[in-house]
Design a protein around this ligand. Structure first.
Ligand code: PLP
Length: 404
């Protein structure tokens, strides 16, 4: 991978912050930076194509529609879905999970039914289900984790009952960096006749995803975490499931015909896409997927794994360093604490040294409770990060540690 030419595609990486040059951006788990190719494609569409999709007979509308539907095909290819009918555009992982929770909850769940989530979920994969729980009287069952941050697979198997209707778990933890054994999770659920939703927010940017090989029933991810624009994301669903679910929102585009007496719904995927979609963002997302595909997801994964291993080794040299999550097979996110330095102080001081990391509970408060902590500092890596940036992080942490 030619890192210096890749870095040139991301102008923001040349910024000077607090007179520190260049910025070291290690908050990629929250959102990634955008390459020129994405931003320019979106400006180009606004400047030269813009028109509402699916509606107009005029040239621009047809061109915008073609681009939008071509983007859907790019997404389909990227995650190897069978059909574009299985690709629903949403605002992101959060909306994708809420869509499944709401529609699946309404159509498929009764009072007393259960959904299995895990102790390491992001709030979006907890609260969405709690909303359904409050409405429908369903229950959340929680897969516990081991002390080194892996799912207890034995306990998982024990959670299935005749009331289990769905399993919804993260592919990769945004706190622990754990790569969950989703193949086994899905196989076990299917043995019980239960479908599975995979939250791919933190896996899609870092590894090749093949939804047919995974055999998951639903898969959610966000564009902004994979070098695409904000406000666009994807819900993949097997056609057989999407066909059985009711629409999520009502409005234009999702209908076939409307009368006050009787309304019929559009076919897939439009049934789930009420209103004007963000058709410029879908172009941006497609260009982002083209961008990572041209580099190769396997090469991105290898580069980021190497960086993560290097970072963990170097960080463990620091006195008082505690890294959360598994020490091997760790994805590109490292949550840590140093002695008893408060994570907020650590993050603020690193920021002053020109290094952007994340601090807090990372939208995973139940996991924080399990770990008996209030929060961590978190460094997360992307394809443009370098070993020099890890060195800068390590010496900055060392400097902060000496200040305390
Ligand atoms: N799930 C996980 C594991 C995440 O890390 C995140 C975001 O950090 C989300 C879901 C929510 O993603 P978004 O805010 O893009 O909807």
């Amino acid at each position: 991978m030619n890192l210096s030419s890749i870095r040139e595609d991301f102008p923001i990486l040349q910024r000077t912050i607090y007179k520190k040059y260049p910025l070291v951006y290690l908050d990629n788990g929250a959102t990634t930076q955008k390459p020129r190719q994405v931003v320019e494609a979106m400006s180009e569409e606004y400047y030269n194509v813009n028109a509402n999709v699916h509606r107009g007979v005029h040239f621009l509308s047809q061109q915008a529609t073609e681009m939008h539907e071509q983007s859907r095909e790019t997404v389909r290819r990227f995650i190897n879905a069978r059909s574009t009918n299985e690709i629903i555009f949403t605002r992101g992982t959060t909306e994708s999970i809420n869509l499944v929770a709401s529609c699946f909850g309404d159509a498929m769940m009764q009072e007393g039914d259960e959904v299995i989530v895990s102790e390491m979920e992001h709030h979006s994969n907890i609260v969405s289900w709690q909303l359904v729980a409050a409405r429908k009287g369903i229950r959340l069952r929680v897969i516990p984790i081991t002390d080194d941050g892996r799912l207890c697979m034995d306990a998982y198997e024990q959670l299935f009952t005749e009331h289990t209707k769905l399993v919804s778990v993260a592919h990769v933890s945004n706190v622990l960096g754990t790569i969950n054994p989703v193949g086994d999770i899905i196989r076990i659920a299917h043995d019980h006749g239960v479908p599975v939703l995979i939250d791919g927010a933190q896996s899609t940017p870092h590894m090749a995803i093949d939804v047919q090989q995974l055999d998951c029933d639903f898969f959610a991810f966000s564009g902004h975490k994979i070098y695409g624009p904000t406000g666009i994301g994807v819900l993949y669903g097997k056609e057989e499931w999407l066909d059985r679910l009711p629409p999520y929102m009502g409005g234009g585009e999702m209908i076939q015909s409307v009368s006050f007496e009787h309304t019929t719904y559009n076919e897939l995927p439009f049934k789930f896409e009420a209103g004007t979609p963000d058709y410029v963002a879908t172009t941006g997302l497609a260009r982002a997927l083209d961008y990572v595909s041209a580099i190769g997801m396997d090469r991105i994964e290898a580069h980021e794994r190497d960086l993560t291993r290097y970072a963990m080794e170097r960080m463990m040299e620091i006195e008082g360093m505690h890294i959360f999550g598994p020490m091997d097979d760790h994805d590109a996110v490292i949550s840590f604490q140093v002695g008893n330095i408060h994570h907020l102080d650590l993050g603020t001081l690193l920021d002053r040294l020109g290094i952007a990391i994340r601090t807090g509970h990372h939208c995973a408060e139940p996991l924080m409770h399990r770990l008996g902590i209030q929060g961590t500092a978190r460094a997360s890596f992307a394809l443009y990060n370098t070993r020099e940036e890890i060195d800068a992080l390590v010496s900055a942490i060392e400097r902060v540690r000496r200040m305390f």
